[in-house]
Design a protein around this ligand. Sequence first.
Ligand SMILES: Cc1cc2nc3c(=O)[nH]c(=O)nc-3n(C[C@H](O)[C@H](O)[C@H](O)COP(=O)(O)OP(=O)(O)OC[C@H]3O[C@@H](n4cnc5c(N)ncnc54)[C@H](O)[C@@H]3O)c2cc1C
Length: 255
Amino acid sequence: MQAKIVAYHRPASVDEALALLARTGVTSALVAGGTQAVPHLRSLPTADQPDEIIDLQALPLTDLTAGDGEARAGALVTLHALAECEALPGTIRDAARRAGPNTLRHAATLGGTLAAGEATSELLAALLVYEADVIITDAEGERTPALADFLADPDRMRGSGLITGARWRTDGRSAAARVARTPADDPIVAAVARRTEDGGTRLAFCGVAATPILVRPEDIDAQIDPPSDFRGSSEYRSAMANILTARVMEELAIV
Ligand SMILES: Cc1cc2nc3c(=O)[nH]c(=O)nc-3n(C[C@H](O)[C@H](O)[C@H](O)COP(=O)(O)OP(=O)(O)OC[C@H]3O[C@@H](n4cnc5c(N)ncnc54)[C@H](O)[C@@H]3O)c2cc1C
């Protein structure tokens, strides 16, 4: 790789990171765990590389708290920490565990997962059914878009904002089901459903759209238009979405 990147910053506070992001005339890339960002940066032609790297790993955003039906986590909380937190719903812990091998889970962060919005992220599907909000901090303060709205925006990381954390519900019952080529592979399609305390049902998929999505539990075919790729055709994914929905609904005794 020809090097263009000329500076590396490791801010110790959110204010310092925001000040670095707010500068004009300098292009920069945020790196948290680096599991996606570093390979991406290495793949860029020199002309497309940013001038600077802003490494977020020293930011004090590693708190993870859960209780009274709600959880809150800083952007630098790792997928390993989510998987190990016994106060979190099992579907969230299992999804974090399945995101990758141990080494990846110790590096990859919640903030990076939210920003990346990977189509196959079972963790994002689980967070969707638990009514997650993303916490974004910029020069104007904090805003908390619903995760579903955040993921639906293809330009979600525009401007000089930083994901500083997320919050979500932990109450209700949930179930997850997936199809994948092997147990360790990314899912072709996965479904997560949650029965809320007030009797409502939330259903989310990954693998049927550009990002994980929330859908209404009825008439699923009218709401999805899955892409085709080497893992499965659009028709196969639609069929699996319906079958997996039936499985999670049955597990939650919602029929
Ligand atoms: C082998 C392998 C398997 C993977 N499997 C999965 C999987 O199953 N599911 C899945 O969802 N992902 C998967 N990924 C993708 C990636 O690892 C995850 O999205 C990961 O959680 C990203 O976290 P990170 O902290 O490493 O982010 P980074 O790689 O550091 O950053 C990812 C993106 O988010 C931005 N970003 C990071 N933190 C912030 C922040 N606080 N504010 C704003 N922007 C930010 C970065 O600029 C970059 O664009 C996989 C990656 C690899 C290499």
